[in-house]
Design a protein around this ligand. Structure first.
Ligand code: WQD
Length: 338
């Protein structure tokens, strides 16, 4: 299939590009490089062994999106494009609502006009809202505790309402848990701008000496070691889930399907830290500090629907994740060069 990857130069998008090409799909990328660097394109071409067609523009530019669909017919779209920092979304909510919703509107309008009805959308476990029961199941009601999460809740609803207007739609909503890790080659990975908000890249930068120590946000949770549990899923397992969803949409009668992409178990902050020590071969300094506002004690998936319907299961362990993350961090201590 010819697949348009919206946000294909980003962290999860780039890993998905590699797996799509390896599976024989033709890939076209559109990315505005607001949260990724053009350097990634060359690395993707090296990994795939083939030139990559990339269109560098903003998905909220309806005319450009329309022109792309007028010039190329696509069999499917995978939509990764969007802002994704929880804290930033609280500071600049209008930017998040406009960017994440408008980019989706542009894409879906162009898809409708040009007869492309197969869409995989990058959603998030954040749509399960505050303190949902674990393991989280897709049937749970959705809500959010920050503007970023609300954009995901709203876009899921927009897509369900659009699907109701035309029986040709086949939409997969993929709810990611905590994407981590990097391609085994060490040449592509997460490249956060500034000081990382997320645990794994922060630990990796402590390990490489870029940051002094990890602040553990609370050790008084009702968990085995007192630190919070999360479902850390390797980005390669996540990319494989996108391929499986794309294939499934070609055979299902459901207009909209929702799948959790997670491992199904929770790993604590300290367990991640110690796994990273095993990967990097030295102790990592940390200090327990106050809880971060908005954090919940435990978040992990019930991935049984994806396992049953997609024939997909996350296979990589926290040690695999830390080994790959460390190889990426060590090889690219400053992230991708500009
Ligand atoms: C993980 C755990 C922190 C940093 C977020 C978004 C979610 C999704 C994934 C987009 C928590 C602890 C962290 C640190 C720490 N993003 N921690 N010290 O908050 O589970 O999820 O990223 O879809 O929407 O909410 O991920 O990596 O920030 O935190 O102790 O310096 O690590 O308290 O328990 P989170 P995280």
């Amino acid at each position: 299939m010819r697949v348009l990857i919206a946000g294909g130069a980003g962290y999860i998008g780039s890993h998905t590009v590699v797996q799509l090409v390896a599976a024989g799909h033709e890939v076209v990328v559109v990315d505005n490089f607001s949260n990724s660097k053009p350097t990634v394109v060359g690395r993707l071409e090296s990994l795939t062994g083939t030139p990559l067609e990339v269109h560098a523009f903003d998905l909220t530019d309806r005319d450009k999106v329309e022109s792309l669909f007028a010039a190329r017919s696509f069999d499917a779209v995978i939509h990764f494009g969007g802002f994704k920092a929880v804290g930033e979304s609280v500071e600049v909510p209008l930017e998040y609502y406009q960017n994440n919703l408008d980019s989706t509107f542009s894409l879906v309008r162009a898809m409708q006009r040009h007869g492309c009805f197969r869409l995989v959308f990058s959603s998030s476990a954040t749509v399960y809202g505050e303190n949902p029961p674990v393991p989280m199941k897709e049937e749970l009601p959705t809500s959010a505790t920050n503007p970023y999460g609300w954009t995901k809740v709203m876009i899921e609803q927009v897509l369900r309402d659009v699907a109701a207007t035309d029986e040709r739609w086949r939409i997969g909503l993929l709810r990611y848990f905590n994407p981590v890790g990097a391609h085994a080659s060490g040449t592509i990975g997460e490249d956060p701008q500034g000081i990382p908000n997320n645990l794994m890249p922060y630990i990796a930068q402590v390990a490489v000496g870029k940051l002094e120590k990890l602040s553990v946000f609370g050790d008084d949770y009702d968990t085995p070691d007192g630190t919070a549990l999360r479902d850390y899923i390797h980005v390669e397992d996540l990319a494989a889930g996108h391929l499986a969803a794309l294939t499934r949409l070609g055979s299902t009668d459901e207009r909209v399907s929702t799948w959790n992409l997670g491992t199904g178990h929770g790993t604590s902050v300290l367990e991640v830290l110690h796994a990273f020590e095993r990967a990097c071969g030295h102790e990592l300094p940390y200090e327990v500090v106050a809880r971060r506002s908005g954090d919940i004690a435990a978040s992990y998936a019930d991935p049984s629907r994806a396992e049953r319907e997609l024939g997909w299961k996350a296979t990589r362990t926290i040690d695999d994740i830390c080994a790959d993350q460390w190889r990426w961090q060590r090889g690219n201590p400053l992230g991708y060069p500009d």
